[in-house]
Design a protein around this ligand. Structure first.
Ligand code: SER
Ligand code: ZN
Length: 576
């Protein structure tokens, strides 16, 4: 057997293939389509910049919500324990709100008068809050039956349901509607018992009972701190398919999938998918479910595909319901993928969440990567990879080459809902996949373990994930973070030549990142390339050493031959 040396350096620029510039197709079930935003001129929202991020002046420790659900109007009362970030400071507390009727505001039990607060169309400002810890009580009136935005609390086929990601909670009550405000919630719901027999929210059911006038109530408590975008409420006439999962440490978890009665028979595959996802996350990442109950609700009107609200995932029906008579293989695969995706968010998104919405790919890129791996392990890895790469080429490459091109971690946004894109999701997943390529499965797992050890219960950034991967493996990732900050698809050109006399196979790499809107000049990217050689019969050939960027490195470890190696392409053209 010949022994080959690999020489890697670079070559010429590559001309972009214009045919790849096709129109963006939103191909991911969990990616909602961009919304048309209608705002009056006075209310025109401002552009928000990543570089302007500031810590909040106030944290919220606990939030007690009460909903009086009615067919004309719903009354929402909140009682929030507020802590100033800096003890003794009493700067104004600015709360977000939209389409709300304010009924009352109290601080430490005292009703505020007009001059104590300032009310505008999008904000309620408490002008001089007490300087230490205090309670804030707010009562608002909302109109879910008139809410056609499918954000906040609305009605779908007669049932109440919510969608709060990204900024829908502000349509329920005044709040600091930003993901770095993480609080423990209790939720009391009161409603007519015959119209709304099922009343669901996040966490564990603490109490339920009947009230006068044909009404009933429930009290839910979520013991985990969460940002308000993970709040959920569902009320209506629903039936459930019930099952059970025993976690590896022996916790019994009740699983319920809720639909209108006639659809329950169509939820068998969704339940299979949920149990498979729970087992897979334990086996592959050591991540166990953390409550005694996990609910999934399927509703017909739902914009986001599906949503990972803590212990109360809400899905568009088409991603839950399937019967052999009407569903194709692709429908079954989509249900497995999306049920897995939302379940996996319990750790990547919920237990560790995003500091701000510029970090969306921290949870979405990582969770798409996790659902891709799950689907690969449940089916064919090769077929799944081909389909994921096709999707990237068909829908993400054109976005990266067009007027909507933006980095995986965008620099600014006006309406966050428009950034649930194939770039943040699919390209973000490829960035995560590169960590795994560089570190191998075990190194990647070490990075994940450190990420949870450092950040459980926190709201963090893509840089924090990078640091966990790097530190857990003592790795040098050079300028890897360019994948998050620089838009555009890098074009890599590779040429090869073989010197039969010297038994040397030479590869030359060059890369170019084309200009994108707002980023006319690009830096070269850090591109890991996995490389192996096949002989004429298609068999892997052993590799001994690589001459890479001017240095000779041995590939084989000990007496074991190596069949592949990872090259680090970091420059426009590598030096010989
Ligand atoms: N957070 C949701 C998801 O991706 C939005 O679609 O699962
Ligand atoms: Zn997601």
């Amino acid at each position: 057997m010949h022994v080959y040396d690999l020489i890697v350096h670079s070559l010429t620029y590559f001309q972009r293939d214009k045919q790849d510039r096709r129109r963006l197709i939103c191909a991911v079930a969990t990616e909602p389509l961009p919304k048309q935003v209608e705002e009056s001129k006075m209310d025109a929202p401002k552009e928000i910049f990543l570089k302007d991020y500031k810590l909040p002046d106030y944290y919220f420790d606990s939030v007690d919500l009460t909903f009086l659900l009615g067919d004309e109007k719903t009354i929402v009362s909140s009682k929030i324990t507020v802590l100033p970030r800096v003890e003794g400071s009493s700067s104004p507390l600015v709360l977000d709100g939209a389409d709300l009727k304010l009924l009352s505001v109290k601080v430490n039990g005292e009703e505020l008068k007009n001059g104590d607060y300032h009310l505008e169309s999008r904000h309620l400002t408490i002008l001089s809050p007490p300087s230490g810890k205090f309670t804030l009580e707010i009562v608002t009136e909302i109109y879910p039956q008139k809410n056609t935005s499918l954000e906040g609390l609305y009605k779908s086929s007669g049932n109440f349901c919510t969608q709060c990601e990204a900024e829908g909670f502000r349509k329920i009550t005044y709040y600091q509607d930003r993901p770095d405000i993480m609080a423990k919630y209790t939720v009391r719901i009161e409603a007519d018992k015959s119209l709304y027999p099922v009343l669901l929210s996040n966490g564990n059911l603490l109490e339920q009972g009947d009230l006068e006038g044909g009404k009933h109530y429930v009290l839910w408590e979520d013991p985990f701190k969460k940002p308000c975008y993970l709040f959920a409420l569902v009320a209506g006439q629903l039936e459930s398919r019930d099952d059970m999962f025993v976690t590896r440490s022996g916790r019994n978890v009740s699983l319920r999938i809720w639909t209108p009665a006639q659809d329950v028979p169509k939820t068998a595959h969704a339940m299979y998918s949920l149990k498979a996802a729970m087992k897979w996350d334990e086996d592959v990442f050591g991540l166990e479910y953390d409550l005694d109950l996990f609910n999934i609700v399927a509703v017909p009107d739902f914009d986001m595909g599906a949503m990972e609200n803590k212990s109360l995932n809400i899905f568009n029906s088409k991603l839950v319901l399937a019967s052999p008579e009407t569903a194709s293989d692709a429908d079954y695969a989509a249900i497995l993928r999306v049920i897995g995706h939302e379940y996996f968010h319990n750790w990547t998104g919920n237990r560790v969440t995003c500091r701000d919405w510029f970090q969306l790919s921290l949870k979405e890129g990582l969770t798409v990567f996790r659902d891709q791996e799950f689907s690969s392990d449940m089916g064919s890895r090769t077929v799944k990879r081909i389909s994921d790469v096709s999707r990237l080429r068909i829908s993400q490459f054109p976005q990266d080459a067009g007027p909507m091109a933006h980095p995986v971690q965008p620099h600014s946004y006006i309406k966050m809902d428009n950034f649930y894109t194939v770039t943040v999701y699919q390209k973000g997943a490829e960035a995560v996949r590169m960590y795994k390529t560089l570190l191998g499965s075990q190194g990647f797992r070490k990075g994940m373990d450190l990420y949870f050890k450092r950040h459980d219960g926190q709201a963090v950034t893509c840089e924090d994930f990078f640091a966990a991967m790097r530190d857990a493996n003592d790795a040098d990732f050079a300028n890897f973070l360019q994948w998050y900050s620089q838009a555009g698809t890098p074009l890599v050109k590779v040429t090869s030549s073989y010197d039969a006399e010297a038994h040397t196979f030479t590869l030359k790499f060059s890369q170019e990142v084309p200009p994108t809107p707002g980023q006319p000049v690009k830096e070269p990217m850090f591109i890991p390339v996995v490389l192996g050689l096949l002989d004429t019969s298609g068999k892997d050939m052993p590799l001994s050493s690589v001459y890479h960027d001017g240095a000779l490195k041995s590939i084989a470890s000990g007496s074991q031959p190596a069949y592949s190696t990872i090259l680090r392409v970091t420059k426009v053209r590598a030096h010989r």
